[in-house]
Write a protein that binds this ligand. Structure first.
Ligand code: FES
Length: 141
């Protein structure tokens, strides 16, 4: 089990997917979150057995990085590489290791695997997108 959250935090856990849905160095799961109240995409992938998740935003230019939806790793599957200008990031920790991303690192989301399911944990800055509540019968549009 890859567990990085306290039991109290688990009450806020946001279900992402079954563990089996994230293959080792495979396609990432892309999902929507709110960062500082603004909608952005995040992604989760498995690397060396560990699930990691980051905001899908390059440090060079604040745009999404995937080559195709959910494809973030280079051909050798060693680094997360931005499709636009090739900035390379370590999958574990998100540190920039090459290209025009400077000395920073990707913005991480806390994740855990519990009971063969993957969850992410909101923070003060990164929140889940509110679920739409279906209109009740008789509600006016
Ligand atoms: S936008 Fe990612 S490397 Fe330029």
């Amino acid at each position: 089990m890859n567990h990085c959250a306290t039991p109290a935090a688990h009450r806020d856990a946001q279900h992402l997917c079954a563990s089996a849905a994230l293959a080792e160095r495979g396609r990432a799961l892309v999902f929507d979150v709110l960062q500082y109240g603004q909608p952005v995409r995040a992604f989760a992938l498995r690397f060396d057995g560990k699930v990691v998740a980051y905001i899908n935003r390059c440090l060079h230019v604040p745009i999404e990085m995937d080559w195709q939806p959910g494809v973030f790793l280079d051909a050798d599957r060693r680094y997360i590489v931005c499709a636009t200008h090739g900035a390379a990031y370590e999958p574990i920790g998100g540190r920039c290791v090459g290209g025009p991303c400077g000395r920073g690192r990707l913005t991480p989301l806390a994740v855990a695997e519990i009971g063969a399911q993957v969850y992410w944990y909101p923070s003060a800055d990164i929140r889940p997108v509110p679920r739409e509540v279906p209109a009740a019968p008789g509600d006016n549009p």
